[in-house]
Design a protein around this ligand. Structure first.
Ligand code: ASP
Length: 301
């Protein structure tokens, strides 16, 4: 079983038919890419990294190519990956030249003695590994430039700016092992080296033996609630269903504090939940029958 998301920052009034069609195609391709590995006996870690690479490479989502701009007009990318069976994890934050930050996070997990590397140090480590580095122009799209211009105007006018987006995947493999991965450009107009929840193990990304979660939304609230760990702890220690655990945190604790967003959560028994409390969340799932399912709006199954 593989679940993916492409962020909970979808706004219905901003969506045109062509973008909607293209994002559904990209989500379907990411599901197929990850699922093919699971079907061939690959691990949950293989599946989540392949699915997230596919989403990072698609320009429609806020991760890799198409990442949002910071206040200073650059892209600072964050990613994390976690193997639920071993509780090993890797993360990178604030990187500006790494084509696929999830692959660098995986290298940190598998080939370093650390869990989280930041900025220039993370990129120095990337150069010692087989990790593609690119000119930052690679990440930049006209749509994101426009969003930054809009955000700067809105914040100058004292209006609230809420541009979310992130990609993520959770998977359950043939050995019953779970994994989670998340990758993001963060939030439009972020400043001062701001790091969100996505690369923080336990906030935006977490997996253990019974539960895996990747979150998307207003990262500060996911950090304050240690959201991904909170959901998985509810499943593991309180024996809640993934639906109840995810609902309590994503639609309970986070909105209670003033935040919003969504998540994909998968249990070791194959049960899953895709909660969100925004206009829409790009999401998809694929199971044993290899049939990809993709949805954006709340009224879709
Ligand atoms: N959670 C991400 C962050 O705050 C953004 C998102 O998921 O939309 O960096």
């Amino acid at each position: 079983m593989l679940l993916i998301h492409g962020g909970a920052g979808v706004i219905r009034k901003d969506m045109d038919a062509e973008t909607e069609r293209a994002t559904r195609v990209a989500l379907t391709a990411a599901l197929r890419r990850g699922h093919a590995l699971l079907a061939a006996g690959g691990s949950a870690v293989d599946a989540v990294s392949a699915a997230v690479v596919a989403l990072e490479d698609a320009p429609y989502f806020n991760a890799g190519k198409g990442a949002v701009f910071t206040h200073d007009g650059v892209n600072e990318l964050d990613a994390a990956i976690m193997d639920g069976a071993s509780l090993r994890a890797g993360a990178v934050c604030g990187v500006q030249h790494v084509r696929n930050p999830v692959l660098l996070a995986r290298a940190v997990m598998e080939r370093s003695e650390h869990v989280m590397l930041a900025g220039a140090g993370a990129e120095a480590f990337a150069r010692t590994q087989d990790i593609a580095l690119v000119d930052p122009e690679y990440f930049r799209t006209g749509k994101r430039r426009q969003e930054l211009a809009d955000a700067l105007r809105q914040s100058a006018a004292g209006e609230e700016v809420d541009h979310y987006g992130t990609v993520g995947a959770v998977a359950l493999d043939g050995h019953g092992h779970l994994a989670a991965a998340t990758s993001t450009g963060g939030m439009t107009d972020k400043r001062w080296g701001r790091i969100g929840d996505s690369p923080v193990i336990g906030a935006g990304t977490y997996a253990n033996a019974v539960c895996a979660m990747s979150g998307t939304g207003w990262g500060e609230f996911y950090l304050r609630t240690a959201a991904a760990h909170a959901v998985c702890a509810r499943v593991q220690l309180l024996h809640q269903s993934v639906t109840d655990a995810a609902d309590a945190v994503i639609n309970g604790d986070i909105p209670r504090l003033g935040g919003s967003g969504g998540a994909i959560v998968l249990g070791a028994d194959g049960s899953f939940a895709l909660p969100f409390n925004t206009d829409g969340m790009y999401r998809g799932w694929i199971g044993d029958d290899a049939e990809p399912h993709v949805a954006i709006w709340p009224d879709e199954c």
